[in-house]
Design a binder for this molecule. Structure first.
Ligand SMILES: *Cc1c(COP(=O)(O)O)cnc(C)c1O
Length: 434
């Protein structure tokens, strides 16, 4: 396609003049995979159409929120009705109460939630609350886990356990991350050493229980068990960042998956986003009552938002949650996801291409490795050239996977058997050339 006919390219060039890198969130720029980002014109069900009117099977779904597919009739109706009633009031509404009740009924580890507008905001506020509630400053995060772009969380590992992290972004002063300790995911020995050294000063430990920002890596059951035990022993709050996994991997979210393996398991705090907004800007954080009552206006931890609990976003989120709680929803979604993963695995096997796959509910990951990786360092040894060949081959064939090897994939209820068969077929063609 030439410049004269490629609307994606024209738009990308125009965008780069007025928006840094042409995008409003970096991964959209295709920097990792090269080529021209697809500018989305419209979407319906499991598909979207780009500016050239080419159709794609969408396995991003806005990075998770579109679990029902695009333009679900019940969600559209709720949003249209809410829009007519008013865009934003800066005063409480019944719908916020309904959404809070709905979330709490599905995730019983929380007694109260506060609604905000992005996962970043929710994660940042949860950390502030953990620090306020414990009167401590230090926190643990894991390499490869993303919790939004709050300053204190943009950190990579320091030179040793006794030293704290280094900023991963310019503009974050070292003093701001001096309390953030970055550990290797799934490394029990390192975790134990860190608690032995710093446990009494730790406000919290924050984790992606199934990490979706290093493709798809599960916290092992022994590792999760130790995280829980050590947080309890040292009085640090255990924060589950379920912005991606919340209502995505199961109706009870990732914590319900771990509760099956670890009797009585629950985190102290939960951060939610993505699916709970159904595609609108909405996120939340919650905990037991005694912790949440530390929040303003009841307690000393300040947090606020002009658009928090926005009436259109809450309508969209509520309508989405009411669909996903219907009987059999997750069984059907998980079956589709497994069908896609097993189909791709079989296709790779036929061509002798190493592929390992994993999925939970409607979230999946595949790696060009024989075995599933356990941490970020291993994920990042992926052969970039092979991954990019796979990505672009799929894109040419009308299948949209994440444009970076460290991102997960997302199935929706709208994906059909034909979509999955077409995806497997396309993958088989590419595996033969890898
Ligand atoms: C997406 C994501 C965030 C950040 O949410 P935004 O709404 O993009 O700010 C935080 N944590 C996890 C695990 C995420 O996947």
């Amino acid at each position: 396609m030439t410049h004269d006919t490629d609307r994606n390219l024209q738009l990308f060039q125009r965008a780069q003049k007025v928006i840094p890198g042409g995008v409003n969130s970096p991964v959209r720029a295709f920097k990792a995979v090269g080529g021209t980002p697809r500018f989305v014109a419209r979407a319906q069900g499991a598909h979207f159409w780009d500016a050239n009117n080419k159709r794609y099977i969408d396995y991003i779904g806005s990075w998770g929120p579109m679990i029902l597919g695009h333009g679900h009739p019940a969600v559209l109706e709720a949003v249209q009705k809410a829009a007519v009633e008013g865009f934003s009031f800066g005063a409480p509404t019944e719908r916020e109460v309904e959404l809070a009740e709905e979330i709490l009924s599905l995730v019983p580890s929380m007694d109260m939630v506060r609604l905000v507008s992005s996962g970043t905001e929710a994660g940042m506020s949860a950390i502030r609350l953990a620090r306020g509630a414990t009167g401590r400053s230090k926190l643990i995060k894991f390499e490869g886990c993303y919790h939004g772009h709050a300053d204190a969380l943009l950190v990579k590992a320091g030179s040793g356990l006794a030293t704290f992290g280094n900023p991963t972004s310019a503009g974050v002063p070292p003093e701001v991350v001096q309390h953030t300790l970055v550990l290797e995911y799934n490394n029990v020995a390192q975790l134990e050493d860190a608690f032995a050294l710093h446990g009494k000063d730790l406000a919290c430990l924050i984790i992606e229980p199934i990490a979706g920002n290093m493709n798809f890596v599960r916290a092992s059951v022994p590792f999760m068990t130790r995280c829980r035990e050590l947080c309890t022993q040292y009085g640090a709050l255990f924060i589950f960042d379920e912005v991606m996994t919340g209502f995505r991997v199961a109706l009870g979210s990732a914590q319900s998956v771990y509760a099956k393996a670890i009797p009585g398991f629950e985190p102290d705090m939960t951060v939610m986003g993505k699916v709970i907004g159904g595609g609108m800007p909405l996120a939340a954080f919650g905990a037991r009552r005694a912790v949440m009552e530390q929040m303003a206006p009841l307690g000393p931890v300040y947090q606020a938002g002009t658009l928090s609990g926005n009436p259109i976003a809450t309508a969209c989120g509520l309508a989405t949650l009411r669909e996903i709680r219907k009987p059999g929803f997750y069984e059907a979604l998980a079956a589709k996801t497994q069908k896609l993963m097993s189909g791709m695995k079989a296709a790779a096997d036929q061509s002798g291409v190493p592929l390992s796959v994993d999925s939970e509910g409607g979230m999946f990951g595949f790696f060009l490795f024989d075995a599933l990786p356990q941490n970020y360092a291993k994920v990042m040894t992926t052969d970039n050239k092979r991954f990019n060949a796979l990505f672009h081959g799929m894109l040419d064939r009308g299948v949209y996977f994440a444009p970076a090897l460290y991102e997960a994939g997302f199935m929706s209820a709208a994906h059909s058997d034909e979509d999955i068969a077409a995806t497997v077929q396309a993958a088989a063609e590419i595996f033969r050339t890898l």
